[in-house]
Design a protein around this ligand. Sequence first.
Ligand code: NAP
Length: 352
Amino acid sequence: MASVRVAVIGASGYTGGELLRILALHPHVEVTIATSREHAGKPLHYVHFNLRGFYKGLRFSQLDLDKITRSSDVVFTALPHGVSVNYVPKLLELGFKVVDLSADFRLKNPIDYKTWYGYEHPYPDLLEKAVYGLPELHRGELRGAHLIASPGCNATAAIIALAPQVKAGLIDVDRIIVDIKAGSSEGGSNPTMGSHHPEREGAMRPYEAEGHRHSAEVVQELSSIAGRHVTVSLIPHSVGAVRGVLASAHSWLSRDAGPEDVMRAYLDFYSGEPFIRIVRGAPPGYPDPKYVVGSNFADVGFALEARVRRITGFAAIDNLVKGAAGQAVQAFNIMMGFDEAEGLKMPPFKPV
Ligand SMILES: NC(=O)c1ccc[n+]([C@@H]2O[C@H](COP(=O)([O-])OP(=O)(O)OC[C@H]3O[C@@H](n4cnc5c(N)ncnc54)[C@H](OP(=O)(O)O)[C@@H]3O)[C@@H](O)[C@H]2O)c1
């Protein structure tokens, strides 16, 4: 089978680097372009030290649409939100299939962009066409898609933790609180005062605690499953890890149910899913991002405190893999008709 020629735009960042790491061993992909404004002309391993020995001969290049057109078939955009929106429509016009890792095409309602991202979305028609790239929810639409909007990492964990409970009608969907613990690589490779290592190491700090942007995606996707509007409040916390997101999604039972009913809901929803592992009973008892780091797995579980009817769904992911580059490749595989797990069959690290 001939290789698909892939361009990675924004290849010097964390998600761009992770795309390069995963695609290096993908049997049906040849990465032909990796863009960076700052590092154009340098070999890839001058920035991504872990990739020394891979991609011999490929150097970062400036973002040149003519060059991309000559040498690529599919484009991954790993750019900040508000930047991708300037490139993706042109790439689609040029006939490319695009997998965008930013938030710029995730939300269906254009008004949400003003509310959550502070800009008027210039391409509402593309919001309708984009497929939200969470394979566990949108596998059918991903087949043959032209534009994949890869989900946010916190949103991925929150949705995966909650979707089975919502689908089974187990919880009061007017009262859901998602507590997120997130590692520092979530903030990207350009440090800010809050994400700079000395400020971050040892931290356990809430941020964007009165309305995190990923809430919009979580509400959109869970409302679609529920068939009515759901209310979700999401509160993230920075923790000292470099990689990992843990979502603890709290809600209250809407009907009588025991642990076996909740378990049945998770087993039914995730039956046959290649990257969902249900963790319950066996050690370590509950999902922990420590045991998915480096892999595309989402470890999922729950706790039911019958005394107060509180139910908590858990999901642990590596924010750069299932929360970004791995999930983007999973969706790309489906779009291209490849085995969904191609390039993603690695187990997590231990210890990390
Ligand atoms: N980090 C995560 O855990 C995570 C998870 C899911 C989704 N995402 C999303 O993925 C996207 C990338 O995140 P990241 O963490 O990889 O960010 P990052 O480390 O800051 O990388 C951003 C990349 O975009 C390039 N870039 C920045 N501004 C640009 C511009 N105006 N024109 C062209 N290139 C530009 C940068 O390279 P040069 O400056 O050298 O050009 C760099 O390669 C973001 O939208 C983010 O929200 C991130």
